[in-house]
Write a protein that binds this ligand. Structure first.
Ligand code: ADP
Ligand code: MG
Ligand code: ZN
Length: 481
């Protein structure tokens, strides 16, 4: 007999904070190999004896912004410790990190997952989020290794979740939300290709109904969303098999072999003692005065969850509200279109389908949109006032996107403007009635759909310039006489 197990998952996410300089020196942050290896280093971040760390206020501010976005309790006093291990990418042989007293305490975020028409929401606890410095980057090839210290000392925020996730899909949604929040508050660009977001995944199983957690394994250093999902699913299947065969899961650290799709042991788990944590003697406690914190809070943008709720209140679906808040720029673009007088549903539709379709095809983000928000609003208003049809507007929009021209000018140039002169509309309607006795007879027999044939006839005559909605009304009026 096989038992059913419930997965329990917790994530530790490292995001590289987007500050100008490194965590404890004035070397530039965010340089990679393309700038030449070891081009942005100094005695401090390369671990020379006798140098002292100096805290980067900008990085602390970004860390606190991130903490506020994660709903964390911000600690007025936090402190740094040394975490020791010996490795060529760690010049001091210890990493300066926050351990017992992190700057960001307990928090909570809400994730959204599931199929488009049946979205589910769930709250996920944040255990804490702490500041630390990054290690250098080593690359191994053949019988030698190279170390690039450009990354050594760059500021990181490690976000540790509570073990609240129950599936790979939930973990994926959690990751998506973390990335959205970090980008939203400008804490990190989270460019995964540049390694600005790295994930350690903890997975355990417990029999369904049991409260006590099972033994976990930790998969280190995943650097894509897909790898996180695949590694979790693999590990769930592997542990299920071990348990069903009467075995026990061994607590260990694993690596994900993404080429072959399996996990392999990296080393048996060090416990905290192995790191010989002790207080960093060269840094005073980090004290965040209340007025400083208030200032940081005052500079926070409205968060995506609040914006989403606002958009739903305007009548949008939860799904569309989610798409429009994927990035802060998208949400702001949408709001600008609204502030220029366009309707919410129409604006959402144009942005999420037409505009994003073209932008995605061009690999552009909305900040690079050739159609300004105010110009899209003008186009929407032309449709809403009946000047042009939705179909005509599509053609106009494509031209706007291609040429950057304004809607009204294009409508004029393309000769699309719908005729709203009532005299002309009534004349066309009467002509169509005279020319289609069959449709008229059908209508009089009670077939109200017959009016559609007459509208079609008028559209032909007017070469698409009659407003079909108004034409319908006119025809019904004339036929009713
Ligand atoms: P460490 O610092 O040794 O990695 P922590 O106890 O701080 O361990 O937990 C790290 C991560 O592991 C957290 O995200 C936490 O939610 C998760 N976690 C802890 N226990 C379990 C468990 N039994 N199963 C799955 N995840 C767990
Ligand atoms: Mg860990
Ligand atoms: Zn430096």
């Amino acid at each position: 007999m096989t038992t059913s197990f419930e997965p329990v998952i917790g994530l530790e996410i490292h995001v590289q904070l987007h500050s100008k300089t490194k965590m404890f020196c004035t070397c530039l942050n965010g340089m990679d190999e393309s700038c030449g290896p070891n081009s942005e280093i100094c005695p401090r971040c390369s671990g020379q004896p006798g140098t002292l760390p100096v805290m980067n206020e900008g990085a602390v501010r970004l860390g606190v912004r991130a903490g506020l976005a994660l709903g964390c309790q911000i600690n007025e006093v936090s402190s740094f410790e040394r975490k020791h291990y010996f490795y060529p990418d760690l010049p001091k042989s210890y990493q300066i990190t926050q351990n017992a007293h992190p700057v960001n305490g307990r928090g909570e975020i809400e994730i959204t997952f599931g199929p488009k028409d049946k979205l589910q929401k769930k709250k996920i606890g944040i255990h804490h989020a702490h500041l630390e410095e990054d290690a250098a980057k080593s690359s191994h090839s053949g019988d030698y290794s190279l170390v690039d210290f450009n990354r050594a000392g760059c500021p990181l925020l490690e976000i540790v979740s509570m073990p609240d996730l129950r599936s790979a899909d939930e973990a994926y949604a959690y990751l998506t939300e973390i990335k959205r929040l970090m980008q939203w508050v400008d804490a990190s660009e989270c460019d995964m290709e540049k390694g600005e977001l790295r994930v350690d995944v903890n997975v355990s199983l417990r029999p369904v109904g049991q409260e006590k957690f099972g033994t976990r394994t930790e998969i280190k250093n995943l650097n894509s969303f897909k790898a996180v999902k695949d590694a979790i699913n693999y590990e769930i299947a592997r542990q299920t098999q071990v348990l069903n065969e009467g075995g026990q899961v061994v607590q260990q650290t694993l690596l994900w072999d993404k080429e072959h799709g399996f996990t392999k042991p990296m080393r048996s788990k060090e416990d905290a003692l192995d790191y010989r944590y002790f207080p960093e003697p060269d840094l005073p406690p980090l004290i965040l005065r209340k007025d400083r914190l208030e200032k940081i809070k005052a500079q926070m943008p409205e968060l995506p969850a609040a914006k989403e709720a606002k958009f739903v209140a305007l009548g949008l679906s939860a799904y569309d509200a989610g798409v429009l808040t994927l990035t802060r720029k998208t949400a702001e673009y949408f709001e600008q279109v609204l502030s220029c007088g366009a309707g919410a549903k129409a604006a959402a539709n144009w942005i999420t389908t037409d505009l994003m379709g073209l932008l995605n095809a061009d690999k552009k983000d909305i900040g690079q949109s050739p159609v300004a928000a105010a110009d899209l609003a003008e186009l929407i208003k032309l449709v809403e006032s009946g000047k042009i049809s939705r179909n005509q507007a599509k053609t106009v929009f494509e031209q706007m996107y291609k040429t950057g021209a304004k809607a009204a000018a294009l409508v004029e140039k393309m000769g699309l403007s719908q005729v709203s002169d009532e005299g002309q509309l009534f004349a066309w309607a009467q002509e169509a009635i005279n020319e289609s006795p069959k449709a008229v007879a059908d209508f009089k027999k009670g077939n109200r759909a017959a009016v559609g044939a007459l509208v079609g006839a008028v559209m032909k005559k007017s070469r698409g310039k009659a407003n079909p909605r108004r034409m319908n009304e006119i025809l019904v009026e004339l036929l009713g006489k």
